[in-house]
Ligand binder design. Structure first.
Ligand code: ZN
Length: 89
């Protein structure tokens, strides 16, 4: 007989640190530097700003680059995430 479904405990959002609500509605409570560094496409120099998100991919503001979905790619030239470099100011 086979196991009736062994559930794999993946990284399915148990690490989400929510501070009473979430991003979206309401006042700008200040996403200052909490979303990680800006990232720059090594191909077309498109900048991903985590404070702004990405409206092409419908990424909400405040999303760190590391939290982008795995299928995310450069909205300008479709370069993969590994082509992006940290943008130091
Ligand atoms: Zn690009």
């Amino acid at each position: 007989m086979s196991d009736p479904g062994k559930k794999t405990l993946g990284a399915a959002g148990s690490e989400t640190r929510s501070e009473g609500g979430g991003i979206g509605s309401g006042t700008d409570h200040g996403i200052l530097g909490g979303a990680g560094p800006k990232m720059e496409c090594g191909v077309c120099w498109q900048v991903y700003d985590p404070e702004l998100g990405d409206e092409v991919w419908q990424i909400p503001p405040g999303t760190p680059f590391a939290a982008l979905p795995p299928h995310w790619s450069c909205p300008h030239c479709s370069a993969q995430q590994e082509r992006f470099l940290v943008l130091t100011e």
